[in-house]
Write a new protein. Structure first.
Length: 344
């Protein structure tokens, strides 16, 4: 082998050794890099929520990763991650970012440096970019809702609508009343609440979705009624409470006669009164006002004094007539005795 060729081999061998040495020296630096990844989830408000994760590998020596630079695209606020954050070996940190629902790609650029556990020797610096892709079709969902209708029976119908993609729980609250109602995705439900619960609020996950001032009687509710029947010896009232309403408290006043009663929905109660010189009976339904019913004495009634409020007057008149008869009888007897004496 000639000398020039040997020299060429020696140079080649030196170059090869130098290259391996350079790789060996470069490998520790190249082995450090930020681990960046993310996921995107469409939210009910029509935005994507991206959760970014920045991790640190275990590169040996317990080196700590320190974030030196962060660039999020789109440039909406990034929370939970910041320049200066430190990440332990095999550790990670997460941050979140909200981006428009039309976003099809989002990226997070991270530049980081590695330090020894004691914070010295910032020998390694590297960057990486994480990427998240979406279809850009995140649209807002209608909000859950609650509507209220007062019913004639004294209850409130609460209508719950869940337009979302997941089952949710509505919480209905009032005075002395609380109930959770689950509604399936895209579903509806009705809940009957006593009017005594007063003002109502409905919430989902702590967020109020509806409120109601309280039960009021609907204008279309059928009113309780009363019919009167006049007889010579009785004044009869028939009080009717329509079906589908609340129990009705009634007070009947006819002269000195007073009667109180409660009528269940769909029922009729009868009140019998003794006719008197009074010509009207007043029926007062609680919450409904008053109704006046006239007593009309039939024309064919016997000519006997009516009982009732004028009984005392009639008794006094009768006593007077009896007294007058006694006086007449006494005077007549005395006159007879005088005539007999004169005849003898």
């Amino acid at each position: 082998m000639n000398r020039p060729f040997k020299r060429l081999l020696a140079l080649a061998g030196s170059a090869t050794l130098g290259l391996f040495g350079a790789v060996a020296l470069a490998s520790p630096a190249q082995a450090h890099w930020p681990i960046v990844g993310g996921t995107a989830i469409c939210q009910a408000d029509g935005q994507y929520k991206i959760t970014w994760t920045v991790g640190n590998g275990n590169w040996g020596g317990g080196r700590i990763e320190k974030i030196d630079k962060l660039i999020a695209t789109p440039s909406t606020p990034l929370t939970g991650l910041a320049v200066g954050d430190e990440i332990a070996p095999d550790g990670s940190k997460q941050g979140t970012q909200m981006v428009p629902g039309t976003t099809t790609k989002a990226t997070l650029y991270v530049n980081a440096k590695w330090f020894n556990p004691d914070g010295t020797d910032p020998k390694w610096e590297e960057d990486a970019t994480g990427e998240v892709k979406t279809d850009g079709k995140c649209v807002s969902e209608p909000e859950p809702s609650a509507t209220f209708v007062s019913k004639c029976d004294g209850t409130v119908n609460v209508h719950l609508v869940n337009p979302g993609k997941d089952e949710i729980t509505f919480t209905i609250k009032g005075t002395g009343y609380s109930k959770d109602v689950k509604v399936a995705a895209g579903g509806q439900a009705d809940e009957s609440v006593p009017g005594s619960a007063g003002a109502l609020t409905v919430s989902v996950g702590g967020d109020e979705v509806g409120k109601f001032a309280g039960w009021v009687r609907p204008e279309e509710c059928a009113k309780p009624s009363v019919l009167g029947e006049s007889n010579c010896d009785k004044f009869t009232l028939k009080l009717t409470n329509p079906q589908g309403g609340q129990s009705a408290d009634a007070k009947v006043v006819y002269g000195s006669q007073v009667k109180e009663l409660t009528i269940a929905p769909g029922k009729t109660e009868t009140v019998e009164l003794i006719p008197s010189s009074e010509t009207e009976a007043v029926v007062e339904y609680s919450g409904w006002g008053r109704q006046v019913i006239k007593y009309e004495k039939p024309a064919n009634c016997p000519g006997l004094p009516q009982t009732g409020d004028n009984v005392g007057g009639y008794l006094a008149s009768g006593a007077g007539l009896i007294g007058l008869g006694a006086v007449v009888f006494f005077l007549a007897r005395r006159r007879m005795m005088q005539l007999r004496r004169m005849a003898s």
